[in-house]
Write a protein that binds this ligand. Structure first.
Ligand SMILES: Cc1cc2nc3c(=O)[nH]c(=O)nc-3n(C[C@H](O)[C@H](O)[C@H](O)COP(=O)(O)OP(=O)(O)OC[C@H]3O[C@@H](n4cnc5c(N)ncnc54)[C@H](O)[C@@H]3O)c2cc1C
Length: 512
């Protein structure tokens, strides 16, 4: 009988991120994958700023950024003519150390995560599928199949990162309510030449009832096409690239010299009823799937993984009450639901029929969007939405208070400091910490020291107010960089009560 603290089913981006954050937090998980090796297809291309901020906490953000392409602009094409350009290069300036969208194919992204995981001492167990499991209350017993032989594994917690057809979700009878869009998508990695094949941006090519994105892939020099399968082909169960090719080439205005990979798929919009039952959790596509509009899916799975990882580590290491695990579902299911609604609206606007589609092609994209992007406020709003830096957990039992514009549950605003560093640097500790922008009073200094909470004090500067921070306020920051408690009065009793609610003990204290 194998024993492990955490059994992770699935080595897609969600499972890899969970394993990595757990390993870096001092928990060695088992991660199993039914496939024989890493994924070979590019699938999700957009890596959002919030994901890269998390990677910075683990020290490999630059590596990821260097492997991708920072998207400089969106080029909008209609009938083979470029009708508008939206500059995206620095649209999140001042909001994140990564004020851009990064284009990086999912297979390369997974390879980088896999390398980090191996360096952290965890090997993926390939060719190993979980076939069933039973939650015995104090442990979960899983039956695994490897090379035709079945073995049992006992785990304190089971994490289903096993994608849209999740065995864990099915085993928990959670259901997957939602629906499936009529339209079919295609994805192709191609060698292509033409005006819409742009090296540092992407093209969005539009025509009546037709749509295709063209994105560059840095490491291969190939282009990625994501489009709608033409209506004429919608009756076919299996669509080939040769069938799609004449439509795609005409719409995009490029000629394809070589095909690397092609797939067509239907898009669903679904969220599971729960993300946790007893000792089992579901994360990523196992819990929520939606249209690829906006490039959010994979990033949301990675966000789930980060959210759960530090809570699981704290519980397993005796640094928090197990009730803290309930906040994983409340925090992440609320975001998944709102995301499915938003991407649904965007998807309908992009591919819907009649007036919506006409509006989108002829007014919204070529005129309104570039016009709005001329305004700093609109660029900021768009960045905050797309980058996932806007995600907050204000309704969570872990969130309390407000100081300035920052509420308990919000991501800590990012600010640069006079010496060239920034206030996200201490988040590398993956530990609880207190931030004060201004002066920390003696009572707070004493309380932080007694609780073994690192206290980071920064000289007040005007940009901090612009970022929404309040001078001299107390911000208790969680290991994932969200504010838990925000208190303008440095109320030490509130701080102590907040920590004791979930019996939170910082890593520093546990190792002291
Ligand atoms: C063709 C295609 C194109 C896409 N394009 C985009 C896009 O443009 N933008 C975007 O944001 N998203 C896109 N996506 C979605 C994106 O790929 C997913 O959101 C992302 O992969 C989710 O990651 P995950 O780790 O949660 O699940 P997955 O990547 O599905 O990983 C789950 C893993 O679990 C393994 N597994 C399943 N069952 C078991 C079991 N019983 N035992 C062991 N292992 C198991 C699977 O083999 C798989 O490796 C696309 C998906 C597809 C299929």
């Amino acid at each position: 009988m194998n024993q492990t603290q955490v059994l992770i089913v699935g080595a897609g981006p969600t499972g890899l991120a969970l394993a990595l954050f757990l390993a870096k937090s001092g928990v060695r998980p088992r991660i199993i994958e039914k496939n024989s090796g890493p994924g070979q297809t590019s699938r999700a291309m957009g890596v959002q700023a919030r994901t890269i901020e998390f990677y910075r906490q683990l020290g490999f953000a630059e590596d990821v950024v260097n492997h991708g392409i920072q998207v400089k602009a969106a080029h909008i094409w209609e009938g083979g003519q470029e009708v508008a350009q939206v500059r995206l290069g620095d649209f999140g300036q001042g909001l994140s150390p990564y004020p851009f969208v990064l284009s990086l194919p999912q297979d390369e992204h997974e390879r980088l995560l896999g390398e980090q995981l191996r360096a952290a001492g965890v090997e993926i167990e390939w060719n190993t599928a979980m076939v069933s499991f039973a939650d015995g209350g104090d442990r979960v017993r899983a039956t695994l199949r490897h090379d035709g032989a079945e073995t049992e594994c006992d785990a304190a917690y089971l994490c289903g990162c096993d994608g849209a057809h999740s065995v864990v979700r099915q085993g928990l009878n959670l259901g997957f309510p939602g629906g499936t869009y009529d339209q079919r998508f295609y994805v192709a990695d191609v060698e292509a030449a033409g005006a819409a094949a742009i090296e540092d941006g992407f093209s969005m090519c539009l025509a009546p009832q037709a749509f295709c994105l063209v994105l560059p892939v840095r490491t291969t020099g190939m282009y990625r096409l994501i489009g709608l399968v033409p209506e004429e082909l919608s009756g076919h169960d299996e669509v080939t690239f040769d069938q799609v090719r004449p439509y795609a080439e005409k719409l995009v205005g490029v000629s394809v010299a070589k095909l690397n990979w092609f797939s067509s798929y239907r898009v669903h919009h679904r969220v599971a009823g729960h993300f946790r039952v007893g000792r089992a959790f579901i994360l990523g596509d196992a819990g929520h799937i939606h249209s690829p509009a906006g490039g959010q899916g994979m990033n949301t799975g990675i966000g789930d993984a980060v959210n759960l990882s530090w809570k699981l580590a704290a519980v397993l290491q005796g640094r928090a009450d197990s009730e803290i695990l309930d906040t994983y579902e409340t925090e992440r299911i609320a975001f998944a639901r709102s995301l499915v609604e938003t991407t649904d609206r965007l998807f309908q606007a992009m591919v819907g029929r009649g007036i919506t589609s006409h509006l989108f092609r002829e007014t919204l994209m070529p005129h309104l969007v570039p016009f709005l992007f001329g305004f700093a406020a609109a660029r900021t709003a768009a960045f905050r939405l797309i980058s996932q830096t806007r995600i907050n957990y204000q309704g969570s039992a872990l969130s309390e208070g407000a100081a300035g514009e920052v509420h308990g549950g919000d991501r800590l605003p990012w600010v640069t400091l006079g010496d060239g560093s920034d206030n996200f640097a201490p988040l590398k500790s993956l530990d609880w910490q207190v931030h004060v922008y201004g002066q920390a009073g003696q009572a707070l200094q004493d309380a932080a020291r007694d609780a073994h909470l690192p206290l980071h004090q920064y000289d007040w500067a005007d940009p901090m107010e612009k970022a929404g921070l309040k001078r001299d306020a107390l911000y208790l920051v969680r290991p994932d960089g969200h504010a838990a408690l925000a208190d303008p009065g440095q109320d030490v009793e509130k701080l102590q009560a907040h920590l004791s609610r979930f019996k939170i003990v910082p890593i520093q204290d546990a190792t002291a």
